[in-house]
Design a protein around this ligand. Structure first.
Ligand code: NDP
Length: 272
């Protein structure tokens, strides 16, 4: 077949929802394209990208765990938001150049502000975690001009490194979980603790009835963090399904020049 080809590369990849999401986008916008999930061996990422782009005439790729950093290194050119993120989740092949972008932050901000009406300007934000996901969303979050952004991480040094990297863009601070002081308007969980059903050990007064909690993780059942926030009487607790669909939409827009309508896709995934 002659349709443009796209794919997501990761390891593992079997549970990825990206093919389903992009097929819904394609159908909705009347675009003819093919989108596959490709399992790539841990040491075979660069080769897999080259094969896909040259041999299969691929047009673009999504990249997920554990290859986002390698994708950043592999790209010939980086977007302004991907450069400081140190991670790339979207690759595009144009005029012989491999272009790398990161749409995770735009996806998070869009889900919060547009889908859930959460204003971030002048708000006090607490980010839990300092890994790839936290780093990837830092610049788009700070562009919303929050009053402050505190990063708490199990390994405090990594939180401090993030602060150093982004301190020119806002009022940033760092600590371990036990040394978080005060309360926050918005708390974003970007740790991988939820994969093991755990919640970062937060001091009791950090969540109050005004707090909006956002878990980057998602699952068919409420996540451990969402449950924890509801038990601590947070105003609202959201999971990361909306972010997943929004980052995909932003990739789709970059590749195809059309922004899909995300709400029906989020709705369809929520019900499936
Ligand atoms: P990384 O491995 O890069 O970072 C993991 C982070 O979690 C680190 O800050 C690590 O702390 C912390 N952590 C791990 N285990 C625990 C624990 N038991 N208790 C407390 N902290 C812990 O992973 P990523 O940043 O790539 O991914 C993080 C999460 O974000 C994943 O759950 C992923 O699914 C989700 N995500 C969701 C997206 C979406 O579209 N919804 C997009 C991208 C990511 P330390 O530094 O001390 O090791």
């Amino acid at each position: 077949d002659n349709v443009d080809r796209y794919a997501v590369m990761g390891n593992p990849i079997a549970h990825s929802k990206s093919p389903q999401i992009h097929r819904m986008f394609a159908e909705q916008t009347g675009q003819a394209l093919r989108y596959d999930a490709l399992l790539v061996p841990e040491d075979g990422f660069a080769e897999a990208v080259t094969n896909f782009l040259y041999r299969n005439d691929g047009k673009g790729l999504n990249v997920t765990v554990p290859f986002k950093q390698q994708a950043w290194e592999l790209a010939d050119r980086l977007s302004e938001r991907a450069e400081p993120a140190g991670a790339v989740n979207t690759l595009m092949f144009r005029d012989g150049t491999l272009y790398g972008d990161n749409t995770d932050g735009a996806g998070l901000v869009r889900d919060l502000t547009r889908n859930h009406g959460v204003e971030l300007k002048d708000k006090r934000i607490l980010m839990l975690g300092a890994g790839g996901a936290a780093r990837g969303v830092m610049l788009p979050l700070l562009e919303q001009q929050p009053a402050s952004l505190h990063i708490a991480n199990r390994t405090v040094l990594r939180a401090r490194e993030l602060v150093e990297r982004f301190e020119e863009f806002g009022d940033l601070s760092a600590s371990g979980f036990d040394a978080i002081h005060g309360n926050f308007d918005v708390i974003i969980n970007a740790t991988a603790a939820g994969l093991g059903g755990e919640v970062p050990p937060l001091p009791d007064n950090v969540i109050d009835k005004h707090t909006l909690c956002y878990d980057m993780m998602y699952s068919s059942e409420p996540t451990a963090f969402v449950r924890h926030c509801i038990e601590h009487n947070a105003a609202k607790a959201l999971d990361g399904l909306g972010m997943l669909v929004e980052q995909a939409a932003e990739s789709f827009r970059l590749w195809r020049g059309v922004m899909p309508d995300t709400l029906p896709v989020i709705e369809a995934l929520r019900n499936s």
